[in-house]
Design a protein around this ligand. Structure first.
Ligand SMILES: Nc1ncnc2c1ncn2[C@@H]1O[C@H](COP(=O)(O)OP(=O)(O)O)[C@@H](O)[C@H]1O
Ligand SMILES: [Mg+2]
Length: 354
């Protein structure tokens, strides 16, 4: 217990935020709040508004339907917490944010400066986890298979569209996937089957980031695997992501990664083990900490390709990470408890930023 007394540990659960994933964050944060053991911890809901300011919110605001609904009443019903006051209010921050500024090392850097322990990966791991282009370079250097990826920089695209389109037709060729380097929730992710569709897809991706990725379309079974731990990370049971018929649309576009999940994935035991090994290697290579979920595709020939890590995976009640934990007999509350304990451990032994 805090300071060796029976006082509860105050967990600031930060949710909302500035990214395209703020609505998921609201749901994740609300669930983390609900599942935190109240006998040991005092969960404090803290809303980050669209401008990055923090507010301690009452339960009735936590239960609102959207971040917009929360923002409507911040001035009258919530209490602003200036950054420098945060350490006086909480003992640890559970980062319930997803996406830009929350999952990419920015908020983690702020918490380092404020000397507040926080949940999940540190500055570097978070940044590598968010930046698909940089992360893939590190993974490839570590001998981990990633999709063939061609970056397209915004200024370059503006100057030489024709030349770039010709080059992309050679490598990676069609079909390909176009996406911003640093986004989530399938934002501006498009499958492109011919050169004619490249400009619209690249324009859309470059609205979200200065680098767009054009990558080979990897055929196979999409799988995802949670990893938990610090120095000796452990993989949970891998799940299979099944695209449902309803997410297929006429233009050969999916709402990617939004299908149903099946845990364990319907694959032989030795393949499940290789998926777990790949997930742990990815976790280590990217300097991830405490927990993460690694998305992969198993090619028909058996090769496992890492699509992306999620350093702060969704924590909504029905999310796949909880199914994987349940397969190992771990409840939602127990998983959150382990995450908090591992985070305290990581911060107690760090030298410099996590
Ligand atoms: N190279 C690829 N080959 C096949 N499918 C892909 C590829 N890239 C993305 N997808 C599909 O699109 C989804 C979203 O892409 P992802 O890279 O995970 O972006 P996000 O960070 O937005 O989740 C994936 O879950 C997968 O279904
Ligand atoms: Mg994804």
């Amino acid at each position: 217990m805090k300071n060796g007394t029976t006082e509860k540990i105050r967990v600031g659960i930060v949710l909302g935020g500035m990214s395209s994933e703020k609505e998921v964050s609201l749901e994740s944060g609300r669930n983390i709040f609900g599942k935190t053991d109240k006998a040991r911890y005092e969960p404090v809901p803290i809303f980050m508004d669209g401008g990055g300011l923090l507010w301690e919110i009452p339960l009735k605001l936590l239960m609102r339907n959207s971040t917009r609904d929360v923002e409507l009443d911040l001035e009258t019903q919530a209490r602003r917490i200036p950054y420098e006051s945060l350490s006086g209010r909480v003992d640890i921050v559970y980062v319930g944010l997803h996406g830009k500024y929350g999952e990419d090392g920015c908020f983690q850097g702020l918490l380092e400066l404020l000397r507040i322990p926080y949940v999940g990966s540190g500055v570097l791991g978070s940044a590598l986890g968010m930046d698909k282009y940089m992360g893939r370079k590190v993974l490839a250097m570590s001998g981990i298979a990633v999709p063939e990826t061609v970056p397209v920089m915004g200024p370059e695209w503006d100057e030489g569209r024709e030349r770039i389109i010709d080059a992309l037709g050679e490598k990676p060729g069609f079909p390909c996937i176009v996406k911003p380097s640093r986004e989530g929730c399938s934002t501006a992710v498009a499958k492109v089957v011919s050169a004619g569709d490249l400009p619209a897809a690249l324009d859309a991706a470059l609205q979200w980031d200065t680098i767009a990725l054009v990558e080979e379309f990897v055929e196979g079974m999409e799988v995802t695997c949670g990893v938990i731990g610090n120095d000796a990370p452990m993989a949970l049971t891998p799940s299979e992501t099944i695209p449902t018929a309803s997410v297929l649309s006429l233009e050969d576009k999916f709402l990617y990664g939004q299908g149903e999940n099946k845990t364990p994935a319907r694959l032989p035991g030795h393949v499940l083990e290789r998926i777990q090994e790949t997930a742990v290697c990815t976790f280590r290579a990217l300097n991830l900490k405490v927990y993460a979920r690694i998305d992969m595709i198993v090619r028909p020939g058996g090769e496992i390709v890492v699509l992306e890590p999620n350093s702060l995976p969704g924590m909504t009640p029905s999310t796949v990470l909880f199914h994987q934990a349940a397969a190992s007999g771990i409840t939602q509350s127990e998983l959150i408890e382990r995450i908090l304990t591992l985070s305290f451990e990581a911060h107690a032994s760090k030298k410099g930023p996590l």
